[in-house]
Write a protein that binds this ligand. Structure first.
Ligand SMILES: C[S@@+](CC[C@H](N)C(=O)[O-])C[C@H]1O[C@@H](n2cnc3c(N)ncnc32)[C@H](O)[C@@H]1O
Length: 221
C-alpha cells in the first residue's frame, strides 16, 4: 500500500515487544486501556478496531482491519475467533451504517490531512447514526509551544481540536482526554507515582489540549 505499511509488515512479529515492553509503552498502553474501558461499556455494540495492528486492543472489538498483511496474520493468530481483514482504512469494504464504534490508536499520527479526511469520510459511511470514533492524536498546541517541528510520517502529524472539527463537519467532538502532560516515562521510577497523580490532574484540566496526546471521541451528528 505504501511505506508505512511496508514498515509495519517488517515490524509485525516483534511489534508488541518492541513497542510495549519498555517503560514508555507499558505506561501508555495502561492509560489508553483505562480510557477504552471507560468509554466502551455497551456489550451489545459492534466495535471495529482500525487499524488493529497486532491485536493490542482487539479484546475491545469484534472486527479488525489492517493494511499490513503481516499484522493481520499476527492478530489472527492471537484472536482466531474474530473477523480480521486486510484493507486500507480509507476503503474498508464494510457495509454502510453497520458499525457502532471505531477505535483507532497510534494511527492518525502517521497520516496527513488529506489521508485523514479520506478515512473520516469512510468512517462516516460505515458508522450508524450517532456512531463514534475513538482515537488518539498528538496535540498541535503543545508541539507549537515546545517548537517541535519534525515532519516525517512516523509521528510528525498533529492537530488542534479546532482543526479536527474542520476536517469533517459530520462529526462533533464529544469528549477528550489528555495523555502525558508530564513525560512520566522520563521521570525516575521512585518518583513516578507522585508524578502520575499530577499528570492525571493536569491531563484532564483546562490545560488538557497541552498534553502530549489527546484521546478524542467523535460522535456522528
Ligand atoms: C502503530 S500501529 C497501531 C496498531 C494498533 N492500533 C495499536 O494501537 O497497537 C499502526 C498500524 O497502522 C497500519 N496502517 C498504516 N496505514 C494503513 C492504512 N492506510 N490502512 C490500514 N492500516 C494501515 C499499519 O499496518 C500498522 O499496523
Amino acid at each position: 500500500m505504501d511505506e508505512i505499511v511496508d514498515y509495519y509488515d517488517e515490524l509485525a512479529k516483534t511489534y508488541d515487544s518492541n513497542r510495549f515492553e519498555n517503560t514508555y509503552g507499558t505506561f501508555i498502553d495502561k492509560q489508553e486501556r483505562a480510557i477504552l474501558q471507560l468509554l466502551l461499556t455497551h456489550s451489545e455494540e459492534l466495535v471495529l478496531d482500525m487499524p488493529c495492528g497486532s491485536g493490542r486492543f482487539l479484546n475491545f472489538a469484534q472486527l479488525g482491519i489492517d493494511g499490513s498483511k503481516e499484522m493481520v496474520r499476527v492478530s489472527q493468530g492471537k484472536f482466531p475467533g474474530k473477523t480480521i481483514s486486510h484493507a486500507d482504512a480509507a476503503q474498508t469494504g464494510i457495509d454502510d451504517h453497520t458499525i457502532d464504534t471505531i477505535i483507532s490508536f497510534h494511527f492518525f499520527m502517521h497520516l496527513n490531512e488529506e489521508k485523514m479526511k479520506q478515512i473520516l469520510q469512510e468512517c462516516d459511511r460505515i458508522l450508524k447514526p450517532k456512531g463514534r470514533i475513538i482515537f488518539d492524536i498528538p496535540s498541535a498546541k503543545r508541539r507549537k509551544l515546545l517548537r517541535y517541528n519534525r515532519t516525517n510520517w512516523h509521528g510528525g502529524f498533529s492537530l488542534t481540536n479546532k482543526e479536527i472539527r474542520e476536517l469533517n463537519t459530520h462529526f462533533d467532538i464529544h469528549r477528550t482526554y489528555g495523555l502525558l502532560f508530564v513525560p512520566i516515562h522520563r521521570i525516575p521510577k521512585r518518583l513516578r507515582s507522585i508524578f502520575i497523580s499530577i499528570d492525571r490532574v493536569l491531563s484532564n484540566s483546562f490545560l488538557k489540549e497541552y498534553s502530549s496526546y489527546q484521546i478524542i471521541e467523535l460522535v456522528k451528528k
